[in-house]
Design a binder for this molecule. Sequence first.
Ligand code: PFF
Length: 455
Amino acid sequence: MQNKQSIHGAWANRWIFILAATGSAVGLGNIWKFPYIAGENGGGAFVLVYLFCILLVGVPIMMAEVLVGRRGRQSPINSMREVAYEAGHHGRWAGVGWMGALAGFFIFSFYSVVAGWVLYYIAGMGSGKFVDIGSEEAGQMFGALLEDPETLLIWHSLFVVLVMMVIAGGVNKGLERATRVLMPLLFVLLFVLLAYSINSGYFAEGWDFLFHFEPEALTWNAVLVALGHAFFTLSLGMGSIMAYGSYMGKRDSIGGTVLAIAGLDTLVALIAGLAIFPIVFGNQLDPGAGPGLMFITLPVAFSQMAGGQVFGFLFFLMVGFAAWTSAISLMEPGAAWLVETLGLSRTKASILLGVLVWLLGLLALGSFNVTSDFLIFGMTAFDFLDFLTANIMLPLGGFFVAVFVGWYLTREMSEDELALRSSLIYQLWRVVIRYVSPVAVAVIFALNLYQKLVG
Ligand code: PFF
């Protein structure tokens, strides 16, 4: 067993790693994206496929990413290269790390715009802007925000600065400290909101919508969206989890840890759905409202409920925390690489990356107003960046990690690093990572592209 350490530091213990990786996984994907894409794709039918994708593709690939990170003990780009050398292969495997860093950069740019909306809503809820509004008004208020580049710019910039501050602090004084404070708060808020929603009187409708499986509601498109979302929500395919894995303790079990992370991530998505849909149904709102679901329907609902202002404020605060801990992990692979390879300080690395993502974010931000006419393949920059990353770059990154770990690493390397208790489980994982995950990703990926480009 190798005993290398990362130059960037190490998590204090296994639980901190679980919480930090869960912080990466739980984000806008769970609370903003999951409910609205489940709503758009028929609820229960989508949820079931999504759970399959998490288990059959997400969990094995997450194990592979953590394995490579801990083996290489460096940024994803350098770890991929090191581990490829160790296995006797070409250093061009670092290219997977490069694509990941680029994907992280792209995701960050639109992620931080949506996170900016969240910050605006925290302030709005706190100051009573959304008291006593109807759905039409709420729609108008959200629309007006999107059309106001200056306001968007302020909140987008603030979010980038918040992330830069944590990245500049490094693994222990930045990432770990943020994790210790934000994650427990996030869970407390989530349960407070769940209790609130259970009391709303429409819990059964929400439950039914998410878990009532209607096979006829299942479409190919739902399968495609579910797979892409499994990658997005687990932060896979771009190196975030690989980077976090490089700070993990040598003796901690990768299998159990990854199951905990994926389990918590799924739990939060389902609880977010269970917190949101009862409120939606309670107010006769449309579950398939799309990206505006959280920003239009919820403020209406909160404005009409007892204590709604306080809970609305807490809700958006929770979403803000979730977005923050995820965005940190989007920047970490690039920051670690800059420190390792160019010898920059953490502060310089975070400023450099912060300025870059801020600039690209301007394009995503302008998609709703000044640059709304600027289309790429018929999509605004915002939609294109989302499509390109979730539907192409992340599945592709995950595919290559699976192929690399399944076919190119020696059996001794993966067996030693995973140190699974039973050889049967190792065998099972190996079959899945060699055959099931890559084939599933390749098939769905190809269909996805075909549908988008031709269909
Ligand atoms: N997993 C995050 C979410 O669900 O919001 C988003 C994300 C973070 C995606 C980090 C990819 C990533 F590498």
